[in-house]
Design a protein around this ligand. Structure first.
Ligand code: GAR
Length: 211
């Protein structure tokens, strides 16, 4: 019998990926997993409302409430640890994970990135800016990636990816929406379901999926 996977979902903004996770749990597309808490760095994040609307505990740990980054990082790690979670999901979380988090949760933190890693990723590539850069470069295919988080930025083992076509008349906003609909909201819940059901392992820095 597999133990129920308890998750903390870290958010910063709209929370559509958090919503996709909560919907997938409700509809049985994610089994054997629960969201124990949603944590935002931003007190105004609509994601916190989404959590509350679904009966999930919503907490804000804001850098503005701490004297320095060190103290904020400590508070973030302690808050997550207090919920005794097995997996930390970065779902539109714009905070760089402190080293202490990576050490406390080795291959137990996953992130959704709105591009096909290793393209359009790394420091500075987040949110709408990723899609602006995709359009600037004129690539014809983009997509999304779910990966484990290591000490680097977007460098950890890749779990799932999905490609999305770029259309000639795309704006950053239309492209962002299509990448979310066709890729992010599908592969993030799918990756969680695979992890919750013991189908994901990391071997020699690469993810192996046993379906
Ligand atoms: C999503 O597109 C997510 O992939 C991206 O931010 C957006 C958050 O939307 N994450 C990153 O750029 C992380 N580097 P959401 O709050 O509606 O889920």
């Amino acid at each position: 019998m597999l133990k129920m996977l308890k998750m903390a979902v870290l958010v910063s903004g709209g929370g559509t990926n958090l919503q996709a996770i909560l919907d997938a749990i409700r509809e049985g597309r994610i089994t054997n997993a629960s969201v124990e808490v949603a944590i935002s760095n931003n007190p105004g994040a609509y994601a916190l409302k989404r959590a509350e609307n679904c009966g999930v505990k919503a907490v804000c740990v804001s850098p503005a409430s701490y004297k320095d980054r060190e103290l904020y990082n400590e508070a973030l790690v302690q808050t997550i640890q207090s919920y005794q979670v097995d997996l930390v999901v970065l779902a539109g979380c714009m905070v760089v994970m402190p080293k202490a988090m990576i050490e406390a949760y080795p291959n137990r933190i996953i992130n959704i990135h709105p591009a096909l890693i290793p393209s359009f990723c790394g420091t500075g590539f987040h949110g709408l800016h990723v899609h602006e850069e995709v359009l600037k470069r004129g690539v014809k295919v983009t997509g999304a990636t779910v990966h484990f988080v290591d000490e680097g930025t977007d460098t950890g083992p890749i779990i799932l990816q999905k490609a999305v076509d770029v259309q000639p008349d795309d704006t950053p906003e239309t492209l962002q929406r299509r990448v979310m609909e066709q890729a992010e909201w599908q592969i993030l819940p799918r990756a969680i379901d695979l992890i919750a059901n013991g189908k994901v392992s990391v071997e020699q820095s690469k993810v192996v999926i046993k379906e």
